[in-house]
Design a binder for this molecule. Sequence first.
Ligand code: NDP
Ligand code: OXD
Length: 328
Amino acid sequence: MDMLSTSAGTEPLKAITVVAESTVLDLHAFLSDAFLRVAPEVAWLSPDQVTDPAVVDVALCWYPAPDALHRYPKLELIQSLGAGTDHLHPALRSLPDDLSVCRVTDSHMSRAMSGYVAWAVLNQQRQFKAYAAQQAEGRWLRHPMQSAGEHCVGIAGQGQLGAACAGTLLELGFQVRGWARDIKLNMPAALTQFAGPESLEDFLSGCDTLVCLLPLTPDTQGFIGERVLRQLPPHAHVINASRGEHVDQDALLSALDTGRLAHATLDVFHEEPLPPEHPYWKHPRITVTPHVGARTPNDQIVRQMLDNLLAIRAGGRPRTWVDRARGY
Ligand code: NDP
Ligand code: OXD
């Protein structure tokens, strides 16, 4: 049975109104089937279907307009469609500090991102792009093979996704190091941990591959820039699956063009879709994927949003609550 119910049955869901707010996606159409399957009692509206803004309890958002949320005076929850909440920052600016913001995060997303990152690491380290090119020429040629244990992957960000990727790469036999703001308890003993800006240089100096899974905040914007790229060993591979704004594009292209960096695998971009004339598309040392690192199934998004609202109404803190002061 897929429909959500509470200890009081489905009755409390009947009074819930959720509005879709997005400037980049027809969010209402995107989640309509999921709402019908999971919680048909809930009123799921597009902004033009809202006749009384005071009945809206939740705004479910993906890049909402900066002034979109002021319209709803009784909001209890702002729910992000994804794990990242940077897209909400302009719309949150003048809303009350105690208005709850939640994101989507779960094992579906962690597994999907682990798969993406493992693929990207192996694609470069095992030279699968060269083999694809050779197949096109009908050429049988084996290249020297480095073992996983000789290759160190550093993951910037040890949250839900970074920690899951670390576990998967350790399983595959890679040396793995993680960087975050704090040292974490309960991490695999084989993971080498680094914390804080003072340890960044040591962290980077050993990374054959650097994976960025940081949230986008004022501290992390432009993280993959001149300084970080200079501190990586020569011929490193950079994977960015978090946000396009983590990359200083000129610094990245210059490091690739001068041979200081071997390759970049990029899933996220300053502008999405990546414009047709962008130099990344045809660059021989860049692999582009169209923001497909990880997604949670739509039914789970609706379920998590309702769980979050019901937790707020019960006076608790929702599982996927976001610390607005910290920015993630
Ligand atoms: P989390 O919030 O769970 O983890 C963030 C991690 O980054 C934490 O370990 C945190 O450290 C660390 N961090 C934050 N700021 C700093 C800093 N200034 N210095 C060092 N470390 C820092 O995020 P998720 O793992 O769930 O997601 C990460 C990002 O991935 C999302 O914000 C989103 O942008 C992106 N994403 C991309 C997808 C795609 O399809 N490409 C899909 C889903 C998400 P600490 O733990 O010490 O606080
Ligand atoms: C997310 C994303 O934040 O898809 O979930 O990028």
